[in-house]
Write a protein that binds this ligand. Structure first.
Ligand SMILES: Nc1ncnc2c1ncn2[C@@H]1O[C@H](COP(=O)(O)OP(=O)(O)O)[C@@H](O)[C@H]1O
Ligand SMILES: O=P(O)(O)O[C@H]1O[C@H](CO)[C@@H](O[C@H]2O[C@H](CO)[C@@H](O)[C@H](O)[C@H]2O)[C@H](O)[C@H]1O
Length: 473
């Protein structure tokens, strides 16, 4: 492979559709791509700012990973760009996105679906740009970089173990918040799309679990980042669990066949407890007492109020749901407190994988994508993850006709039993804490579905009605 040229430009913020006035080729790069990004970026599944216009772009960094002049085949450009959007729930946003841009004279038919567009002016005038992950030659290059730790422009590549060469890449065809490449069915590289300064829990927690000897989570083998005061985690390579099926597919298959899912639910409870035990051993476990309990409840209440503003159907249930949160404040102030630790943060059946030998793994420790990173990295009661899984059994039962609430209730009980067996602590022993977290999760789901999958909104809304009734009772 030819040695890639590299250039790094760190440019000013807030340049509104113009990266810089320096007049260099680098400075002209982003403005020449902006018209294409305006139409392409909002259409991507992983674009987080759906429903609000993008009013400007600014360049954070550009790294030429392969020459863009067309002399050595396709060029590869790594970009970090900020997309400026007017008011969301908490004011204007400037989310930073990672783009890997392939550059060719024209794209072959096999890459047509990856097309971003033809550049009209600037240093790439007349060339065609596309999402590089779909180009096997460029996906090869990424693996090649990960195999050889070091720095390239604004990117730093790290690894914990040797990575074999020559593994055939393919883009994972999944509904994702990010993008993933599978190499030779042996490794999976997750490319984070919306990136945040600070340690990404999807790297931090699997590394901590690996150090702790917990095998329930595929251990990171290599990763790359944009170093700095708050480094941006850009991609993580880990073993691919070949032949594994996720818990969501398996639960739906069980429902369709009229089968219970009890051994699986119990095993999932045990797997969750093992991960929690290892995380508690690896990372700090501050107790949740009076003041922190008030903060926890304040966060839940704030999220409820924000969600009710965005989804008016939630409004009538707000007083009932608040009662579930207030019950936690009362106990937190009077009682001896609860345990807290780092948790998964967005645990649901789709984040669990069962290998052909029946072993369950947990994946995707990024936390709820909509929450700010510091919040996602904060310790929380383990009930948070348990509540996520309990909600997921309810989702599965509700997404299948006829609705089978007993199926979900049995799964929920089996999951808690499995959890209790492995950890010595039954999550149902703290019903107020569990109900408050389940309520918080259902509120999150209402907002998530309203934004991303409006057809699914009745699923969390049914839970909202149930939770509001039981909290008020
Ligand atoms: N280690 C792995 N082995 C096999 N499949 C995996 C692995 N990690 C992720 N996947 C598959 O990739 C999908 C997306 O991964 P995930 O980490 O959840 O990404 P995202 O955050 O983009 O949703 C998962 O639903 C799963 O099907
Ligand atoms: O997997 P992601 O990290 O992208 O999680 C987001 O999307 C999930 C849906 O794909 C969403 O999960 C909700 O729907 C699931 C069924 O599709 C269900 O099993 C979960 O219980 C429910 O929360 C998740 O909330 C969201 O963060």
């Amino acid at each position: 492979m030819s040695e890639a040229a590299s250039s790094h430009v760190a440019l000013a913020k807030n340049t509104r559709n113009s990266a810089t006035n320096r007049g260099t080729a680098d400075g002209e790069l982003l403005p020449s791509l902006v018209p294409l990004l305006h139409s392409w970026l909002p259409r991507q599944r992983w674009f987080a700012g759906k429903g609000r216009p993008v009013t400007g772009f600014s360049l954070v960094s550009a790294t030429e990973m392969l020459p863009l002049d067309g002399t050595a085949g396709p060029g590869l450009l790594h970009l970090l760009v900020r997309a400026e959007q007017p008011s969301g729930d908490s004011g204007p946003t400037e989310d930073c996105y990672q783009l890997l841009v392939g550059v060719r004279a024209s794209v072959p038919p096999a890459l047509a679906s990856a097309l971003i567009g033809r550049v009209e002016r600037g240093p790439l005038a007349g060339r065609t740009v596309y999402d590089a992950l779909h180009d096997p030659r460029l996906a090869d290059l990424l693996l090649e970089r990960l195999r050889r730790p070091g720095t390239l422009g604004s990117l730093r590549f790290e690894r914990t173990a040797p990575v074999p060469e020559g593994l055939a890449p393919r883009v994972l065809d999944a509904e994702q918040s990010n993008s993933s490449l599978v190499y030779g069915d042996a490794y999976i590289l997750k490319i984070f799309r919306r990136v945040f300064p600070g340690a990404n829990p999807d790297l931090e927690l699997p590394l901590a679990l690996a150090r702790e000897g917990c095998d329930r989570v595929p251990a990171p083998v290599a990763w790359f980042e944009a170093p700095g005061a708050g480094p941006l985690t850009l991609g993580v390579l880990q073993p691919f669990l070949h032949g594994a099926r996720d818990g969501w597919q398996l639960a739906l298959a069980a429902l369709a066949a009229g089968r219970d899912f009890l051994p699986e639910a119990r095993a999932l409870g045990r797997a969750t407890a093992e991960v929690h035990t290892a995380l508690a051993a690896a990372l700090p476990t501050p107790a949740l007492r009076g003041t922190q309990t008030r903060q926890l409840v304040a966060g839940m209440t704030r999220r409820l109020e924000e969600a009710a503003r965005a989804v008016p159907a939630l409004a009538p249930y707000v007083p009932g749901l608040r009662a579930a949160f207030d019950a936690v404040t009362d106990l937190g102030v009077r009682g001896s407190g609860w345990a807290q630790q780092r948790v998964h943060g967005d645990l649901h059946l789709g984040q669990t994988l069962r290998s052909p030998d029946g072993f369950w793994s947990l994946i995707d420790f990024e936390g709820e994508p909509a929450r700010p990173l510091p919040e996602r990295r904060s310790p929380a009661p383990p009930a948070r993850d348990v509540a996520g899984m309990l909600r997921s059994f309810d989702y599965a039962a509700r997404s299948h006709r006829p609705w089978n609430p007993e199926w979900a209730a049995r799964c929920r009980a089996a999951y808690c039993e499995g959890y209790a067996q492995a950890s010595g602590s039954d999550p149902r022993g703290e019903p107020e804490l569990l109900r408050a977290h389940e309520t918080d999760k259902a509120v999150y789901e209402v907002l998530y579905e309203a934004r991303h999958r409006p057809d699914w909104l009745p699923v969390p809304m049914a839970a909202i009605q149930r939770l509001a009734r039981s909290a008020a009772a």
